[in-house]
Design a protein around this ligand. Structure first.
Ligand SMILES: [Zn+2]
Length: 589
């Protein structure tokens, strides 16, 4: 995701993990001959043989490491310039994906078209490094600097922002959750005011398993929710106080994600209220600001964890002004499909975003964000699974749709547009199986299910894993909220059950310790950096198993007549009364 949504996926790599198991056995001498057999070759070094990527046009119908490697290498190559929507990199990447879809035997998936045009507005701040947040407070003024103290921008596409002396209010977590009997805005009128809120939700802050979902992040903990709620309340500005554990990613990621052009759907496609000013503060900047207002940030923060928290007006006012250039543009989702043999109007969806962060001419050295893991792995996986389906005999009974989504990094915009303009009605959409930033860790004993506990798809992935002698485990970092951080969210919000699963961390070679080490290495050194590059030394055995499991789940769903259900306490549900689909409407797919 544009780093704004962050799923810090795991992934990664590496060599450190490939232990043991040489695949080169000494040749067995054949029968008796006069000449003694040659001496056995020296023991192979302690690593696996690198995979030789398949030549384009010579791929296998099976899901293989060679095909996957070729496709990941290609989609993450420098030629695609980091796949930023609206650039030449987009045109090259989407054309290549369409060609691959065609090559493996898919048909156009969007009512006869390969593409779905997603309109967007791009807001680019002018002179961002000159922007300050100017606080006039009880104990003096404070000027917060762009990048080092804060990040700020507009969400309503205003060309010119001029906020003057907006009263500042601390609103805890900024959450209104009637079913939890929790309202951080209780008794508060924030019209025209600046709201400062904390990351995550009270259950996380309080380490109380009875509040919200305890340590696990709920949708209320997502920054997207906090801005949506502040806008609904009528606030002029909302600033979220960053901290690494609660956000799940370091300040650097906030800066990288929010500086530079910001993409959004046009207002006509998404008419919910939007903030004029939205941003983030570092914890240190918040502490300074609160101190200038005669308040103690750390104490107020603690009070926000407790039931009965009351929002607090600070003796401080905020001013800021900046200009933004707003451009209307568009980007493309790429859709390919297989028509079902007996139930063609019902569909199983596989999705993966193709977009990434582009390139940054200001960087020293490597300037291209290749996104080989994020999300070259998802796109390569999408094509691999499509190829397996098109060679399947007999053909699937239900239709199967493969969507390469755009604008995921920008805030899941391509998938939001898709679900409001779906190629198949959502009440005929059986499930969405989404792939994003799949880890390449080598073989693992487990599959981590990010969507665990939400729907009956848990049982499907469990069976598919068991068939490969693997187990399934819930996401071990539910506090990071990966469930809300990729395209499956937009399907889930409208009631379509979703599966988001990937290799776990329990490596066959090295166990959990090695898995955690590899995960930490990816997060620290590769995630959303130019170093997220294809590595010829990757061990693809685990990811091939993952893709086979995801294929097996989709195949089962495509041959069934039932629809998987959400669990009763899931975050989302299918709409209570879906109107019966118009009888016998011929599908034009
Ligand atoms: Zn991604």
């Amino acid at each position: 995701m544009h780093p704004r949504l962050l799923r810090l996926a795991p992934a990664a790599a590496l060599v450190l993990v490939f232990a043991a198991c040489s695949q080169q056995e000494p040749a067995t001498p054949t029968a008796t001959t006069a000449t003694p057999p040659p001496p056995p070759p020296p023991p192979a070094p302690h690593k696996i043989e690198p995979v030789t990527p398949s030549v384009e046009g010579h791929t296998s119908p099976d899901i293989t490491a060679e095909d996957f490697a070729a496709r990941d290498q290609k989609i993450s190559s420098d030629a695609f310039e980091g796949r930023k929507p609206g650039t030449i990199g987009e045109r090259m990447a989407t054309a290549w994906i369409k060609d691959q879809f065609e090559l493996v035997g898919l048909k156009p998936g969007n009512n006869g078209n390969w593409f779905q045009t997603v309109p967007m507005v791009v807001a680019t701040q002018l002179d961002p490094d000159k922007i300050t947040l100017d606080v006039a407070a009880k104990n003096g003024d404070e000027h917060l600097a762009y990048r080092s103290d804060m990040i700020v921008g507009t969400l309503d596409a205003s060309p010119s922002v001029d906020l003057k002396d907006s009263p500042i209010v601390f609103a805890g977590y900024g959450v209104v959750a009637p079913e939890q009997n929790w309202n951080d805005y209780a008794g508060l009128d924030v019209k025209g005011k600046t709201v400062i809120v904390l990351v995550n939700d009270p259950g996380w802050g309080n380490h109380d398993e009875t509040l919200f979902k305890g340590k696990a992040l709920t949708y209320y903990g997502r920054w997207t929710y906090k801005y949506e709620e502040a806008a609904r309340q009528g606030a002029a500005a909302c600033l979220i106080v960053h901290e690494t554990p609660g956000a799940g990613y370091p300040w650097e990621v906030v800066v990288n994600s929010w500086s530079g052009p910001q993409d959004a759907l046009p207002m006509r496609e998404d008419p919910a209220p939007r903030l004029n000013v939205a941003g983030w503060l570092t914890t240190e900047a918040a502490q300074r600001l609160f101190a200038k207002a005669g308040a103690n940030f750390d104490e107020l923060k603690k009070s926000a964890d407790l039931r009965g928290f009351k929002p607090t007006a600070l003796d401080a006012k905020l001013s800021t002004s900046f200009k933004t250039r707003v451009d209307n543009m568009s980007s493309e989702n790429v859709l390919g499909m297989i028509r079902g043999s007996t139930r063609p109007d019902e569909v199983v969806v596989y999705s993966a975003h193709w977009d990434h962060l582009g390139k940054d001419p200001n960087l020293k050295g490597d300037q291209i964000y290749n996104g080989a893991i994020d999300n070259g792995t998802g796109i390569a996986g999408l094509i691999e699974i499509a190829e397996a389906f098109t060679h399947q005999d007999p053909a699937p009974r239900r239709s199967v749709l493969f969507v390469a989504m755009t604008l995921e990094e920008a805030g899941l915009l391509g998938s939001r547009y898709y679900v409001t303009h779906p190629a198949f009605p959502l009440d005929k959409t059986v499930a969405d199986i989404n792939m994003d930033a799949l880890p390449i860790l080598g073989p693992t004993k487990d599959i981590a299910v990010i969507s665990w506990g939400q729907s009956e798809l848990d049982d499907y992935i469990k069976d598919a894993a068991a068939a490969e002698n693997r187990t399934v485990v819930p996401d071990e970092t539910p506090e990071k909220g990966f469930f809300f951080r990729s395209d499956q969210l937009n399907f889930a919000k409208l009631g379509v059950p979703v599966l988001y699963a990937r290799s776990g961390l329990d490596l066959v070679d090295g166990g959990e310790e090695a898995g955690r080490k590899a995960y930490a290495d990816y997060t620290a050194n590769h995630y959303h950096k130019p170093a997220d590059e294809y590595d010829p030394n990757w061990d693809f055995r685990g990811i091939v198993q993952d893709l086979k499991a995801l294929y097996a789940v989709g195949r089962k769903l495509a041959d069934e007549t039932t629809f998987p259900q959400w669990k009763p306490d899931a975050d989302f549900q299918r709409p209570a009364t879906s109107p019966p689909a118009a009888a016998a409407t011929p599908s034009d797919h």
